[in-house]
Design a binder for this molecule. Structure first.
Ligand SMILES: *Cc1c(COP(=O)(O)O)cnc(C)c1O
Length: 354
């Protein structure tokens, strides 16, 4: 039986994507060859890369606005340093909203001065800081749109003259935003777009080329742009699967359509968390993520029973991150409303037992 997979990442993808991906591993486009054994310079693969890049730009509504999409390697973690390598000349601002922001700050400090414009560390990242001041003259301001681990999400992005850089690893393509307010967006594929192994970078070309340091080719966004994201052998399989997922999303009606479903899923789950005396939500209500819902069980003695019930219902990946504990339900784009319904049924059953 196929499980209801609430894992935070690598995560669920649409069933039809799994199917098409497995077909391509055996026989790619009826070529008699596996996707895994053809040249990345072949016409068929170049088309995959170009389709994936243009779908990303199209779905984000960034056509004709000076942006380029790249599929790089090294995970979102590589972007922590690439962003600073390419953009940080003297000082940058960072909003610290969790483990991932913390890690991006650590890397940026190797390249210049980092100003933490705000932080929610004081309350173990339960909330999104607001009303912070953004100093003048920053090379860029870095934000993490969704905090995968703590279950918080930025709902309103700050106004600033500085280029805006955003780590959207765990909520890209999940909700409508004016994406042109960002100058650089990056996202590891394995949360909401594809398998592990590639990272989407969408960058406004005009912000590049302004730092005085020399940048190694592999870490230089301009090099990757000039080679159409094929400077070296790209991660062919993750790029292909990402392309399939983006195609699936477009056929569904794009971000507007998926946002509606994502909001329904989140409403369903959070209303159970709020109503039930057995569960307590972790993140502040106004900042809660539609992608990763974090909650605790009020009485630890009920945990074993609840865990057994989850298992019985075929629910996988609900354990919270080790730095928060409790439970975390990740409801990425490919998660169906029905699966969330199964989880909510188990939670209300627990309530009757508790
Ligand atoms: C998972 C995650 C990362 C790290 O991604 P890697 O691809 O493993 O380097 C960074 N930022 C956020 C918000 C994440 O959820």
């Amino acid at each position: 039986m196929k499980k209801h997979n609430f894992s935070a990442g690598p995560c669920i993808l649409p069933q039809e994507v799994f199917l098409k991906a497995s077909e391509a591993v055996m026989d790619f486009n009826g070529s008699g060859l596996s996707l895994l054994e053809i040249s990345h310079r072949s016409k068929d693969f170049v088309e995959v890369m170009e389709t994936a890049r243009s779908l990303a730009i199209e779905l984000l509504g960034l056509e004709g606005k000076g942006y380029k999409a790249l599929f790089l390697q090294g995970g979102a973690s590589m972007e922590f340093l690439m962003v600073a390598y390419n953009l940080l000349e003297s000082k940058a601002g960072y909003l610290n909203t969790g483990t991932w922001s913390d890690k991006s700050i650590k890397e940026a400090k190797l390249f210049g001065e980092v100003l933490e414009v705000g932080s929610s560390k004081d309350e173990n990242f339960k909330y999104i800081p607001k009303g912070y001041t953004i100093p003048e003259g920053l090379d860029y301001l870095h934000l993490t749109s969704n905090n995968t681990i703590f279950g918080t999400q930025i709902k309103k992005f700050p106004n600033t003259d500085a280029p805006l850089v955003c780590d959207m690893s765990s909520d890209i393509f999940s909700r409508q935003l004016d994406f042109s307010q960002f100058d650089l967006i990056y996202a590891g594929a394995q949360k909401n777009m594809g398998p592990a192994g590639t990272t989407l970078v969408v960058v406004k070309e005009e912000i590049l080329g302004k730092v005085s340091r020399q940048i190694p080719s592999m870490l230089d966004y301009k090099v990757h742009i000039s080679k159409d994201s094929m400077f070296n052998t790209p991660a062919v399989f993750p790029v292909y699967v990402s392309m399939l997922t983006l195609q699936w999303l477009k056929d569904l009606g794009g971000i507007a359509a998926i946002e509606e479903i994502n909001e329904k899923k989140a409403r369903l789950l959070y209303s159970e968390v709020d109503l039930s005396p057995v569960f307590d939500g972790y993140a502040n209500k106004e900042d809660r993520s539609t992608m990763n819902a974090t909650f605790n069980i009020s009485d630890d003695k009920l945990k074993d029973t609840f865990d057994a019930m989850l298992k019985e219902a075929g629910i996988n990946g609900l354990n919270g991150h080790r730095s928060v504990g409790g439970y975390r339900a990740s409801m990425y784009n490919a998660m169906s409303l029905e699966s969330v319904g199964v989880l909510v049924d188990v939670m209300s059953e627990m309530e009757r037992k508790g």
